[in-house]
Design a binder for this molecule. Structure first.
Ligand code: COA
Length: 259
């Protein structure tokens, strides 16, 4: 049963909305499981060319993992929580071949910022506030935050954000490169749809390979350049490649099928 999220398909775009506004869309375990299912279904759906993830209401994208759920956990349960979450949601989203845009519509704290960072890129509303406040609770980021934040903003800025447990506003996030754009809240989804519409025109097969190749460069023990060579070669065996190159030579727009 799906209780905590909404998923809506329109014009090649699936928009997933985390829908626990009274708890500022905090990620409890059920919500993580529901998100896993929704992302998996959207990624499998050939009609879905782009996924947008956002939070319900005007206040929060996600205010973190649900603190009420783990406050009495022991060492083993704590580790399991992080491991399961990373597997089901954060690494899962990062590795999807369908592009995922985070529309950060308010607070993105702890697991909320970690979810936004697991997405392929981020757009923020002007009221958004972002941070990793875990050390203020006596814990560290456990959903990939200690890895992805330094990758995105650099080690020094990440260290400061993690150690101070403070929040940065959307303009600061923009200057850090944590988000690609800042737009008025009422225009956020429309703006993301605009980017999605540009992405939609391109080959889903090639985009999927490009995501894998970019991600490979951030995985230890994986040679990103080799992954790129393999992915580049794979594209030559796709219908999308045939269509893209033929359309160019015939001076017409390509109609990609994602095959
Ligand atoms: N886990 C569980 N519940 C949360 C939550 C979280 N991460 N973040 C917010 N909530 C709940 C609050 O407990 C409150 O529930 P209640 O109305 O039943 O008491 C509700 O959401 C509204 O939050 P509230 O704190 O009253 O809103 P606020 O405007 O005063 O403050 C925040 C907003 C985001 C600053 C504050 O909610 C906060 O600091 N949240 C926790 C952030 C955090 O540490 N996240 C990392 C977790 S690892």
């Amino acid at each position: 049963m799906i209780f905590n999220i909404l998923s809506e398909f329109q014009g090649g775009i699936t928009t997933i909305t985390i829908n626990r506004p009274k708890k500022l869309n905090a990620l409890n375990i059920d919500t993580i499981k529901e998100l896993h299912k929704a992302f998996k279904a959207a990624d499998k759906d050939i009609e879905t060319r782009v996924i947008i993830i956002t939070g319900s209401g005007e206040k929060a994208f996600v205010a973190g993992a649900d603190i009420s759920e783990f406050s009495n956990f022991d060492v083993a349960k704590g580790a399991k929580l992080a491991e399961k979450g990373q597997e089901l949601l954060f690494n899962f989203v990062q590795d999807l071949s369908t592009p995922v845009i985070a529309a950060v519509n308010g607070f993105a704290l702890g697991g909320g910022l970690e979810l936004a960072m697991a997405c392929h890129f981020r757009v923020a509303s002007d009221n958004a506030k972002m941070g990793l406040p875990e050390v203020s609770l006596g814990v560290i980021p456990g959903y990939g935050g200690t890895q992805r934040l330094p990758q995105i903003v650099g080690k020094g800025r990440a260290m400061e954000m993690i150690m101070t447990a403070g929040m940065i506003n959307s303009e600061q996030a923009l200057s850090y490169g944590l988000v690609n754009y800042v737009v008025p809240q009422e225009e956020l989804l429309e703006f993301c749809v605009g980017i999605a519409n540009k992405i939609k025109k391109n080959s889903p097969k090639a985009i999927g390979e490009a995501i894998k190749s970019v991600n490979a460069g951030f995985k230890s023990g994986v040679n990103g350049y080799k992954k790129e060579i393999k992915g580049f070669g794979k594209c030559f065996g796709t219908e999308d490649f045939k269509e893209g190159t033929t359309a160019f030579l015939e001076k017409r727009k390509a109609e990609f099928t994602g095959k």
